[in-house]
Design a protein around this ligand. Structure first.
Ligand code: GDP
Ligand code: MG
Length: 447
């Protein structure tokens, strides 16, 4: 696997911090009146986890119809990550499968979007940089309790946010599975025009219970052949369907398909089944192992927006921006998705610059630093502000200069406010001023 970092002691967070004992955390709730609510505290706690703070991120999400084994699959990802991807990570025959809650029966379980509380830190193979890997589970789409809009929104949010989007489909890849992607190809088209960067990283159609291995073999190879067939363009095809196919390919760095064997009857019919490997068909186990490993090899897929690999700090801004536009009653137009991305892009650049400013100022005049002469403090501030503005400018931004000027102004004004508080704090450390006052007080009293 891409080298997992030995797990270090993790500082206090309100989530369980021992490896292997994390839990699913609700990031996006859907209220009874079908409103989407981002749980910022929960998200913040995961993203600012001491292990993951300011690291680049790879986000794996699994989305699609409900009760089709999404959470079940994610629990295999958890096993792989918890066990450092070592050869026997799949585990012993009689271990129940735990993690994201999966279950039999026809009632839906997960609602909205969940994230695993523990980010996993892996090293990428090329640059050896540490990357935070996050797992995201989604509400079963297209069930009776959710409106079509809820389902489309969950799907859209998870696709916009993730770097690896696993589109979980049962039995076969149909035309309407492709049509669900129309919104993203429309968004992708205008995003490409704006920035010339591929908007998304990886989309994998994962076909469960594939039952024609003699036509298309299990795994990626058969999946690719099936995909090629479904993506064939012919003159009889409606123009819209042709465009969808052409645009889809342009919108993702990698677009592939994986055919999974059926896990066996016990898995889908036995009420006692609790995920033990001994109850799962061998073929399924082999192919699930290969599938999970392939998401981390030959390299990790880091989330990119506008051609730039983003960090946990930036991801927070994108989450907020996307949730805001998906809160409305209607699904957003591709144009407003682009605007939200551009705004988040600027907000993220501002967050990077501000973080830099605060860190640098802390080092100069923070709580444990001695008093500085006001002239020196002012000179440091000018220099650090300039550097922070350079950091802001360096982030490639969508939406043009006029949009980015607005955020630059905000950045300057926020840094000015911070500077004022640094000045006050610095003044309070001035023991000479204090002792002068004290001396004159004593002198007054003596007189
Ligand atoms: P989710 O709603 O998509 O998250 O589905 P779950 O992960 O909760 O799984 C629903 C049911 O499908 C469980 O009873 C699993 O045992 C079963 N299951 C898991 N994987 C597969 C699969 O590949 N094929 C079939 N037929 N059932 C599966
Ligand atoms: Mg589920």
């Amino acid at each position: 696997m891409s080298g997992r970092i030995p797990t270090e002691e993790i500082m206090n967070t309100s989530f369980s911090s021992t490896p292997g004992t994390g839990q699913p955390i609700q990031i996006i709730d859907i209220t009874e009146d079908h409103k989407f609510k981002l749980n910022e505290n929960n998200l913040q706690q995961i993203l600012s986890h001491p292990k993951a703070r300011l690291k680049k991120v790879s986000i794996i999400s699994v989305a699609g119809a409900f009760r089709k084994g999404k959470s079940f699959l994610l629990d295999f990802f958890l096993r792989y990550l918890n066990r450092n991807g070592r050869e026997d990570w799949l585990g012993a025959d009689d271990e129940p499968l735990t993690g994201f809650h999966w279950k039999g029966g026809s009632e839906r379980d997960t609602t909205g979007i969940l994230m695993w509380s523990e980010p996993f830190i892996l090293r990428r193979n090329d640059t050896k940089e540490e990357i935070a890997v996050l797992l995201m589970d989604t509400q079963g789409a297209f069930d009776s309790q959710s409106t079509v809009k809820d389902c489309a929104t969950v799907f859209a949010l998870s696709l916009m946010i993730s770097s690896i989007h696993v589109y979980n489909i049962t039995q076969n890849l149909q035309e309407d599975d492709l049509q669900h992607l129309h919104l993203f190809t429309e968004y992708g088209k205008i995003a490409l025009e704006d920035s010339h960067e591929t908007p998304f990283q990886r989309l994998t159609f994962l076909i469960r219970d594939w039952s024609f291995p003699y036509e298309y073999s299990y795994g990626y190879e058969g999946g690719q052949a099936l995909l090629d067939k479904r993506f064939q363009i012919n003159s009889k095809q409606h123009q819209e369907l042709t465009e969808l196919r052409i645009n889809l390919k342009k919108c993702f760095n990698t677009l592939n398909c994986y055919l999974m064997p059926h896990p066996g009857l016990r898995v889908c019919t036995s009420p006692e089944f609790d995920g033990k490997l001994k109850d799962i068909e061998l073929d399924f186990k082999n192919y699930v192992k290969k599938f999970v490993e392939a998401q981390f090899q030959p390299n990790l897929t880091v989330k990119q927006i506008n051609g730039r690999e983003i960090t946990t700090l930036e991801l927070f801004e994108y989450f907020r921006a996307y949730c805001r536009i998906f809160e409305a009653d209607e699904l957003p137009e591709p144009k407003s998705m682009l605007l939200a991305t551009a705004e988040a892009n600027n907000l993220a650049a501002k967050a990077i610059a501000k973080e830099f400013y605060m860190n640098a100022m802390e080092q100069h005049c923070g709580g444990d630093r001695p008093y500085m002469h006001p002239h020196h403090l002012q000179a440091s501030n000018v220099q650090i502000m300039e550097e922070a503005i350079k950091k802001f400018d360096l982030v490639p931004k969508m939406g043009g200069e006029s949009l980015s000027l607005k955020y630059l102004d905000e950045l300057k004004s926020e840094m000015n406010d911070l500077y004022e508080s640094y000045v006050k704090h610095n003044d309070s450390k001035n023991i000479f001023a204090f002792s002068r006052t004290a001396t004159s007080l004593i002198a007054v009293m003596v007189l």
